[in-house]
Design a protein around this ligand. Structure first.
Ligand code: ATP
Ligand code: MG
Length: 663
């Protein structure tokens, strides 16, 4: 018998699994390519196959950079690539801009004046810092004179960076009503930046800005990365912000690199975070000679859902002209529009319908309830619970945002970065008899002592002497002293001077130190311990402490909820549902004033309502088989509990495209 060996990688029949337009994009030789197409047309699939194709062609996986909107999306795409192209997918650089930036910055942090163990401040940490600074710089005004809250300062600061403008300009254009406070805001922002730098910490925006600085100011690093990446691929390009677009241009600007971006201008929904749809409109100008691919078939939805989605987005004024034809056969039912008497009834409808669908054999994981704002999900949550239907929420509080988890993580952060001011304060506030004032004083003295120590040990990356000695001079009120001494001793026990403790052991020790605090602070102590057990398990999976802490900080970007039941129904904001699909989709709270939001309606320029319309389009196009659009005629917990007409997005839809369901 003769036995023939196949080549190591069986060439896949790409042409059979892709349509002609997709195939052309997957196999293109173009240096710069833009794939622009409507929802559900296989843009993400094209990108996935492209990566597999590149591997097939012999491109080394570590020379491919894949940028996605969530880390989870990157993981899923790389799993698919693994299934398509076999081994090697694991070595591809993939993830969000923030996580990839972090990975590059960990290597080169010292070039920018940071220690490699720098902390990442998440939204909560940022707000804590802004609150402290407001107290310091706005003092009495802050109380009397409608001074912006920490949340507002945070958005203003971030929007300026992500739209590539100065904060003064952003204040003038987008926050004009706060201009009377310009001077105090300026002081707060300045101090915010120095405080971060002094405490060896970066917020999310710094990850992007510092990567930009690294690439611009350090030619050797930029050249090295430009040589390294032969292919840069970007999903959801319509939602890139200015620093992200600049990073792509710097990385892909190097001679050997090729760039492929995919996106849909009609799904641009993050302008409030600085995303700019012009990046996709101007792609061909930014990259002269770029080849543009259009895909005109929708594979996701049944024709009736596609038709209603196309009708909805037709009211959008500025867009790439796109045709979307259905690939699928007609479904069993038209989309349903359901006016419910009130929000409770709407929730009862959703729960009962889900119950019926599940009884008919549809899996919970194939069903999603989508809404514009997290709090819109409250009634549905209650009804699902009452009906014993398991669900997972990807909006709302996430695992690592919970107070007790953050308490524990603060210790780990301080361990990795002894200058982490925010983490230290968080720990201090768990001591009995320590308030904000005392914590601030102790933290300031701690930082001075740490700086002095590092000045004497210029080569050191972490504190290697006994904490009691290094921080002996920190003044601590008598009542707090016993705790303080214990804390310093605990820091020494944790300090991996000989690196002998594993990360799970660290968590375990910290949990013991914190036990009294956890018992005293949280009524459901046992449940909290289970969460900490979960924390121990996830830290055991990480390469090391720094890697784990970056992961935790970056996770709060996407849905990181631990999901006990894999077959649960998904409850999600539309923003978080981007790029995903379900067999059955409910979109709730489609009342005028709720969606579009009444604040957006009041604005004079139409951009806000247009973005809400695109958001509506994103919601509709998540559905494969069945779509339910509902609203409460009377809403019992909105800004004013009154009668609520249907959203303009619903009332302008041609009536023959849906069935009206009367409850
Ligand atoms: P979105 O705009 O929502 O991000 P998308 O354009 O990225 O959508 P995908 O998620 O890649 O679209 O694809 C939508 C669905 O259609 C997926 O289930 C995908 O597997 C399927 N699909 C895409 N192209 C094809 C094809 N050529 N043959 C069969 N199924 C396909
Ligand atoms: Mg996609």
């Amino acid at each position: 018998m003769k036995y023939a060996l196949r080549p190591a990688r069986a060439g896949r029949d790409y042409a059979a699994e892709l349509n002609a337009e997709q195939y052309a994009a997957v196999t293109t030789d173009a240096k710069h390519a833009l794939v622009i197409a409507g929802a559900g047309s296989g843009k993400t699939r094209t990108l996935t196959y492209r990566v597999a194709h590149l591997l097939d062609c012999g491109v080394a996986p570590w020379r491919i950079l894949l940028l996605t909107f969530t880390n989870k999306a990157a993981k899923e795409m790389l799993e698919r690539v693994g299934a398509l192209a076999g081994a090697g997918a694991g070595q591809i650089w993939g993830g969000t801009f923030h996580s990839v930036a972090n990975r590059m910055l960990r290597i080169h942090a010292q070039r920018l004046g940071y220690l490699p163990g720098y902390s990442i401040l998440d939204g909560d940490d940022q707000r804590a810092l802004f609150r402290a600074l407001t107290k310091q710089f706005a003092g009495k005004t802050a109380k009397s004179d409608r001074f912006p809250k920490a949340e507002v300062l945070q958005s203003l600061h971030s929007l300026a960076i992500n739209s590539g403008r100065s904060w003064e300009e952003t204040l003038r254009c987008d926050y004009a009503h706060l201009q009377t406070h310009q001077e105090a805001i300026g002081k707060i922002f300045e101090s915010y930046r120095t405080r971060k730098q002094e405490s060896n910490a970066m917020d999310f925006d710094d990850l992007l800005l510092n990567l930009l600085r690294l690439l611009r100011e350090h030619d050797d690093v930029r050249l090295d990365l430009q040589q390294r990446f032969l292919h840069v691929l970007v999903d959801e390009y319509q939602d890139t912000n200015t620093p992200q677009a600049q990073i792509i241009a710097l990385l892909a600007g190097g001679a050997p690199c090729s760039l492929m971006v995919v996106g849909d201008d009609a799904q641009s929904i993050y302008s409030w975070r600085g995303a700019n749809v012009d990046h996709i409109f101007e792609f061909s100008r930014t990259y002269p000679g770029a080849v543009v691919y259009k895909i005109e078939t929708n594979y996701r939805s049944v024709p009736a859902i596609l038709e209603i989605s196309n009708a909805a987005i037709a009211n959008n004024t500025r867009q790439f002209a796109k045709i979307l034809k259905p690939a699928r056969e007609d479904g069993a039912m038209k989309p349903a529009v359901i006016p419910a008497p009130d929000n409770r009834t709407e929730a009862r409808f959703v729960a009962q319908r889900i119950d019926e669908l599940m009884a008919a054999g549809i899996a919970g994981k194939d069903i999603a309830v989508l809404y514009r704002a997290h709090f819109h999900s409250m009634d549905v949550q209650m009804e699902l619970t009452r009906n014993h239907i398991p669900y997972r929420i990807t909006s709302g509080l996430r695992f690592f945002e919970q107070a007790h988890i953050k308490d524990i993580v603060a210790w780990l952060r301080l361990l990795a970065n002894p200058k982490d001011d925010v983490a230290l304060r968080r720990i201090l506030l768990t001591f009995p008899r320590v308030g904000e004032g005392t914590a601030a004083k102790i933290a300031a003295a701690w930082m001075a002592a740490a700086d002095a120590w590092f000045a004497q040990h210029p080569q050191a990356l972490a504190i290697t002497d006994a904490h009691a000695a290094v921080f002996a001079r920190v003044p601590v009120p008598p009542a707090v002293r016993p705790h303080w001494a214990e804390f310093l001793a605990n820091m020494d026990r944790l300090h991996p001077a000989d690196k002998s403790l594993t990360s799970p052991e660290l968590v375990h020790l910290v949990q013991n130190f914190m036990d009294a605090h956890l018992r005293a602070s949280y009524e459901n102590y046992e449940e909290r311990l289970e969460d900490i057990g979960q924390l121990t398990r996830s830290i055991a999976d990480a390469a090391d402490l720094d890697a784990f802490l970056s992961q935790v900080a970056l996770l709060s970007e996407d849905d990181s909820q631990t999901d006990p039941d894999p077959d649960s129904v998904t409850l999600s904001t539309i923003h978080q549902a981007k790029g995903l699909e379900w067999k059955i989709v409910f979109v709730i709270f489609l009342g005028e004033g709720l969606f579009p939001h009444y604040k957006v309606i009041q604005q004079t320029e139409p951009d806000g309502v247009e973005e809400e319309l695109r958001l509506f389009y994103v919601a509709l196009t998540r559905a494969q088989d069945q779509l339910y659009l509902s609203y409460p005629r009377y809403n019992g917990h909105s800004y004013d509990s009154r009668f609520c007409p249907p959203s303009r997005f619903l009332s302008t839809l041609p009536k023959h495209l849906y069935d009206l369901w009367e409850i």
